[in-house]
Design a binder for this molecule. Sequence first.
Ligand code: FES
Ligand SMILES: [Fe+2]
Length: 428
Amino acid sequence: MDKCYKSRFLNINPAEKTFLVHRDAYRDPEVFALEQKKVLHKSWIALAHEAEIAKPGDFITRTVVGKDLVLNRDRNGVVRGFYNSCRHRGAAVCRDRGGNSKSFVCPYHGWVYRDDGVLVSTGSPEADAAFPDGFCDGRTTLLSVPNLQQYAGFYFVNFDPDAQSLESFLGGAADCLQMISEHSAVGMEVISGVHEYEINANYKLLCENSYDGYHLSSVHASYVEYLVETMKGSGMELKPVGAARSFGHGHACFEIAIKAGRAVAQWIPSMGEKVREEVEAKREEVIARVGEERGNVICDTHRNMVIFPNSVINDQQSVLVRSIVPTAYNRMMVRAWTLGPIDESDTLREIRLDNMLSFLGPGGFATPDDVAMLELCQRAYEATDVEWNDFSKGFSAEEITREGAEADLYDELQMRAYWLEWDRMMNA
Ligand code: FES
Ligand SMILES: [Fe+2]
């Protein structure tokens, strides 16, 4: 793109190296209603990890982008995604957050659905007799979501019947998911417990914040000081080296090499001698399994990634997934969960969880400060008449047309990649 581009939401001037986003994208309820249809219901949305439905009969219920869903593994091992609504008069057929069951019984009039979604009873033989013959022979089933696919163990849904495949949607971002699955030779598990909290801000503000290197030194100075303290006397320095990267389709990440310790698998003294052998053995195992170059990337680098439009994956000292549920133009619910190798020792697991909580937990060094900033921005979008946000830091016209563009870690390439895709879908 070497000419100026202007839409309702973007104002890009390559000659002047400016990239502006209109604040209506965060503050207008009508825009939010439109983006549900044009963006959120036409993109692949992260739903769960396969470890959550490992055994036949396992199920979870979840709300994503305004849709209530049941995800389960049926008695034959097939993973299925249903809308959580009875085909009779609509009640949710499953009110538990998760469990193991061979059937779902609607609480209203007692319709019984097998774990493959097929209706097997309308409540009693008398009720069955009052319906047309063959009513329970497979004609009436729970409605399945149009698309359910998994990549590297991460299940995604897409509500657009004409959606492209998940793998082609993920593009270069797929490898970041693959790398997480390679943390362990025996598989990853979802660690029990989830953080759920609400933020009074548009969901895109959290996406932007999640791979924004620019705010680290201003908002998270106390965490940087803490890290320096934990590395004192180790002979190691805290010098992040890295880059921001766009993967196409609006996905992007920043990747940094940093000696801050990783449960997989970079040992530093503050982790303690007790786990040194385990972490070093794990590192050797990873490198032997995937090769030295890739193994070093897995063990030594952190990736903060946004899978467009609402999934955040922080592959840092620990792995945290934030599934963002946009609930209004100015409100979101965050569901944060974490993964670890199945065979991890209790001590290393404790270190992993401590690391996750200390920075990304709801009361950690990062989250409360970040939330305060997001709410400060949202408030100003709604309470002032200023029209445009500025994402020009490090902008070059070339990045718009180049696949896999890279930029300085502290630039705003990641957000521009997001906004270009969002604008494209809104105008489609
Ligand atoms: S609404 Fe489910 S049985 Fe009537
Ligand atoms: Fe932050």
